[in-house]
Design a protein around this ligand. Structure first.
Ligand code: CS2
Ligand code: MG
Length: 403
């Protein structure tokens, strides 16, 4: 079998997605997700201008060799743009291989290790009553775990809280970066009171998650982790910018609140200290941003040696192609933790018809050969790219801060 064509499709059915379609001389094609929120065209060009021409003529069954050739052959390694491009190729080749075998991808990854994939959904509210309504909505949808994000008194807009209470899709994207404001002290005072109120209303059993979104220093993260211990969180996510892996040693010394990190990581080297010293409990990288199924399964095997579990990143800016690949991995690996699932708009689901199902809070990849996703190219073409950027976060004195 030989690759005869590789093309990039950029579509925006409500938000931008970048999809790679690889076609073979036997008529089998495969899809890969290359969406990098706010920098989509950089990955589209990396693929279209520098990778696609090199793929024509190679054997699509040689997934590992193709991955290593793209990683080592580029000379310039790692980084979100490179690894999203390589991820799209990797997933498209796994899609082709599984289709050629007539099997759903998870069967090529070791088969099912569970019957279904547990998820967590997003609950948010500008204030406690709005948050409670959102929690009840996610519980009604069956989510077994729920992420809690709220407004902060005195701040206008905060990550994870949008203006239409209850919607699951968080509209991060704007035509130009929107400036949000931030006050760490106000946040640190407020969040423990939020979890106190949630536990009083919903009891001690509901698994609760919270995303600090890289905004705290290590000692502030340690303080928040300690303050949240009475509420037994499922996890505190991105408590501090973790490219400074050493910072997590300080956090870990002070708190037993489980920690989840890694959605912005794209290489196993980003995790080396965090995993080998057991400084975190969940690894968060997505198939789309970590170079594909091949490296992510290796990461999960590394994490398993340290009793660390998977928690693949799954907001609405991972396309249904990337989500499908994740669900196949989720079903197959032993050290599965949880899958983030924010859901998609009906138009997105029309552009990306898929075999995976979401039922009462649980996902299953389905039994379609490959990853089980198709691309309606005509519908995709009818919704072209729209320039859109993530917000920028500034402290009250105007200093730019992590978003
Ligand atoms: C968030 C993401 O889902 C999460 O955990 O951190 O929604 C993140 O803000 C977006 O993926 C950024 O594009
Ligand atoms: Mg996050």
């Amino acid at each position: 079998m030989k690759i005869v064509d590789a093309k990039v499709v950029v579509t925006s059915p409500g938000r931008n997605f970048v999809t790679l379609k690889i076609t073979t001389d036997e008529g089998i094609s495969g899809l890969g997700d290359a969406t990098l929120n706010g920098r989509e065209l950089a990955v589209a060009s990396y693929l279209q201008d520098h990778v696609a021409p090199l793929l024509v003529g190679i054997d699509p069954h040689r997934i590992e060799d193709t991955w290593q050739s793209l990683y080592r052959g580029a000379y310039w390694r790692r980084g979100p743009v490179t690894m999203a491009a390589i991820a799209a190729v990797d997933v498209a080749l796994w899609d082709i291989k599984a289709k050629a075998a007539g099997l759903p991808l998870y069967q090529l990854l070791g088969g099912a290790s569970r019957e279904r994939v547990g998820t967590y959904g997003h609950a948010n509210g500008q204030d406690i009553p709005e948050l409670f309504d959102s929690i009840r909505a996610r519980m009604a949808e069956g989510y077994p775990a729920i992420r809690i994000q709220t407004g902060i008194p005195g701040l206008k807009t905060v990550y994870g809280v949008h203006h239409s209470a209850g919607a699951t899709a968080v509209p991060h994207q704007q035509a130009r970066p929107v400036v949000e404001d931030w006050d760490t002290a106000a946040y640190l005072r407020h969040i423990p009171t939020v979890f106190e109120a949630v536990r009083n209303e919903f009891g001690p059993e509901l698994p609760l998650l919270h995303d600090a979104h890289h905004r705290l220093t290590p000692i502030q993260a340690a303080q928040l982790g300690k303050d949240l211990e009475p509420y037994r969180l499922f996890w505190l996510e991105d408590c501090t910018p973790a490219e400074d892996q050493d910072g997590l040693r300080l956090v870990r010394r002070h708190t037993t609140t489980p920690l989840a990190i890694g959605e912005v990581f794209n290489s196993v080297y980003d995790y080396q200290t965090l995993v080998s010293e057991k400084l975190i409990d969940y690894v968060r990288s997505a198939v789309t941003h970590f170079g594909g199924v091949s490296p992510l399964k290796k990461l999960f095997d590394f994490a398993a040696q340290h009793q660390i579990k998977s928690a693949i990143h799954g907001p609405e800016d991972i396309s249904p192609v990337g989500m499908a690949a994740a669900i196949h991995l989720d079903l197959a690996i032993h050290n599965f933790g949880i899958q983030e699932y924010a859901g998609y708009t009906p138009l997105t689901d029309e552009v990306f018809p898929h075999a995976y199902t979401f039922t009462d809070g649980y996902l299953h990849p389905g039994e379609a050969p490959g990853i089980g996703v198709e691309l309606d190219e005509d519908l995709a073409a009818a919704h072209g790219y729209e320039a859109a950027y993530l917000p920028v976060n500034r402290l009250l004195d105007g200093t730019v801060h992590d978003w």
